[in-house]
Ligand binder design. Structure first.
Ligand SMILES: Cc1cc2nc3c(=O)[nH]c(=O)nc-3n(C[C@H](O)[C@H](O)[C@H](O)COP(=O)(O)OP(=O)(O)OC[C@H]3O[C@@H](n4cnc5c(N)ncnc54)[C@H](O)[C@@H]3O)c2cc1C
Length: 569
């Protein structure tokens, strides 16, 4: 049957959520391994800049903070679509999680008193974002990785998950491609935890790493029979560097940066008079795009983020990475010049439908981090809440998956795995031997263009219909793609084309969900339905893969203490 391995728990993804899940399963005494398409510290978590939220109440002006205020800001930020029971768990766990990372050695920046420093972030009533200069993800992921080395966690590096395998009642393992050799590998497991991050690269202006193709999310949707939740909610970060769309952290505004249009106006006063530049991301991104669309941007493409008044010392101490990025990728020094920025795709609020334990509808399959939708971010995520989400729900999914494994009855699993392996072999064989004339790069580029054009910051029925028709056309064209590289070793041509199929399916879910949701909420803004409509739409979108196409249902939102109210800043 080819190469096969067995572990009690296999975690797919080695970013913050995956490594944290693996550490928890190890602590529970299980045989756990991690599988990742890249070396762990190359996961996108490494790129996080601004910080991680927890109501430590350390910062000046933040002493009255507590978990309930953090929960309220998160729910309001989500435009009331977040499940409030899950938000309560996350915000209560937050201080403990940050202190644990500190005790494991994470070099957080400090206050004068030596406490963990916190900066203001968008949509937060208090300075709540703990940071390590502007490389918080780097500091956290290296700390987490060192911990996993110390605990001897096995990592299958440079393996691409292709499929989830299930028998009649439960998830029984995975099939993956060992990229170095081109061999297919089965890994039998009593529980699988998905921690494969976001799909930013479906869009053409994205802050995400090139590896963020959503292949894990797509594999679950297409092969596990598990639905995706709220995928129409796509976060566009207000400030990505014009030209490359590299992220310029919200911390730049948290430290006091201003946004200017070409008339020299701090235009946020029109859109969020109180919060100004520190309104939540959906609002700031729409405001910038409106300025550009109405002719008050530069070259109809960008506006300016000005840090000059912060002074050299503060920029060098708090935002040195941002300064480097500006110097190397835009040829400007933010100490002397404002930064040209435009919104860019950044984050997926939606994902694999899980409960607060990380469990999906398939017994034995769990998910955590950006690939999952618990849902704690609802219609719009607050900056600093994703790093928190990854560690809190990484840990919980590790714990509850372990609990499941300990009580599970064992079943014969080998047959399901070998049958499945054969299906995948046949699929790859078909791709490699296709005589189709379609160039994969054309399909990929047209997909990105159509998503940015038709399912971007502002949406409307006719554009979404155009987008959906285009995605369906591209799905047809994908059947005729042709792969030129037939080699086995490090065949990235094959990898990219296997992933393209999943990208097309995720795109269909995003566009169909956006077309279906006839209201505006959080990041989903319909110019033809500009108001939030709680009566009809205070519910989650649940998208299932049925006969090769998306089928949409709904599910209620859990509301505990915060009744929906108008969202003003
Ligand atoms: C530039 C940038 C800055 C950010 N800054 C912040 C911030 O300051 N604060 C904040 O809260 N959030 C921030 N975010 C968001 C946050 O960093 C991410 O949402 C989070 O780190 C995702 O972590 P994760 O563990 O879910 O996935 P990732 O860190 O993306 O890891 C995914 C893992 O899955 C593996 N993988 C994926 N697909 C496959 C497959 N098919 N087979 C095998 N392995 C696979 C990858 O190898 C990788 O190990 C930022 C995001 C970006 C892009």
């Amino acid at each position: 049957m080819g190469i096969s391995h067995r572990h009690q728990v296999i975690v797919v993804g080695a970013g913050l959520s995956g490594l944290r899940a693996a550490l928890e399963a190890k602590k529970e005494g299980l045989d756990v391994a991690v599988l990742s398409r890249v070396q762990p510290v190359r996961s996108h978590s490494i790129a996080a800049q601004g910080g991680i939220n927890a109501s430590l109440a350390n910062a000046e002006g933040g002493h009255d903070d507590n978990w309930e205020k953090h929960a309220f800001d998160t729910v309001k930020g989500s435009d009331y679509l977040a499940d409030q029971d899950a938000v309560e768990i996350m915000t209560k766990e937050a201080p403990g999680i940050v202190y644990e990372m500190e005790h494991w050695g994470c070099p957080f920046s400090r206050t004068k008193e030596g406490l963990i420093a916190q900066r203001p972030f968008g949509g937060a009533a208090f300075p709540r974002t703990c940071y390590a200069s502007d490389i918080t993800g780097h500091a956290l992921l290296h700390t987490m990785y060192e911990r996993s080395v110390k605990e001897n966690i096995k990592v299958y590096e440079e393996y691409l998950l292709l499929s989830i395998v299930k028998d009649a009642n439960a998830c029984v393992g995975i099939v993956a491609l060992e990229v170095a050799t081109g061999e297919l590998v089965t890994i039998e497991a009593d529980a699988v935890i998905m921690a494969t991050g976001g799909y930013g690269r479906i869009y053409n202006k994205s802050t995400n790493a090139l590896i963020n193709t959503g292949s894990g999310m797509a594999a679950v949707y297409m092969t596990a029979g598990v639905p995706l939740k709220d995928l129409e909610f796509v976060q566009f970060h207000p400030t990505s560097l014009y030209g490359t769309n590299i992220l310029i952290t919200e911390g730049a505004r948290g430290e006091g940066g201003y946004l200017y249009n070409c008339k020299g106006e701090r235009f946020m006063k029109t859109y969020a008079a109180k919060a100004m530049e520190l309104a939540p991301r959906d609002i700031v991104a729409r405001s910038i795009q409106t300025e550009i669309n109405e002719g008050r941007g530069y070259d109809n493409e960008y506006v300016l983020l000005d840090l000059r008044h912060l002074g050299r010392e503060k920029i060098m101490e708090r935002l040195p990475g941002i300064r480097d990025i500006c110097i190397h990728f835009a040829g400007i020094d933010p100490i002397d010049s404002p930064i040209p920025i435009q919104p860019g795709q950044h984050y997926s609020m939606g994902g694999i439908d899980t409960d607060p334990k990380g469990a999906t509808s398939l017994p034995g399959l769990y998910a955590a981090g950006e690939v999952a939708c618990v849902s704690v971010h609802g219609g719009n995520r607050l900056g600093g809440n994703s790093l928190l989400d990854t560690i809190v729900f990484g840990k919980l999914s590790g714990r509850f998956a372990s609990e499941y494994v300990k009580t599970k009855k064992k079943s014969g699993q080998g047959q399901a795995l070998s049958l499945h392996l054969q299906k995948i072999k046949d699929n790859i064989h078909r791709l490699e031997n296709s005589t189709g004339k379609e160039k994969p790069t054309d399909v990929r580029n047209q997909l990105k263009e159509t998503m940015t054009e038709n399912a971007g910051i502002f949406r409307q029925k006719s554009k979404l219909q155009t987008g959906l028709a285009k995605v369906k056309e591209l799905k047809e064209r994908y059947k005729n793609i042709h792969i030129s590289n037939k080699g086995k070793k490090f065949n990235l041509d094959l990898v990219r084309n296997l992933e393209l199929e999943g990208k097309l399916e995720l795109a269909e879910v995003i566009v169909a969900g956006a077309l279906n949701r006839e209201e505006s909420r959080g990041s989903h803004f319909r110019t033809d339905f500009p108001e939030r409509n709680d009566e009809k739409w205070l519910k989650h979108t649940i998208a299932s893969f049925v006969n090769g196409a998306v089928k949409i249902d709904h599910k209620p939102v859990t509301i505990t203490q915060f009744k929906p109210q108008a969202r003003t800043y």
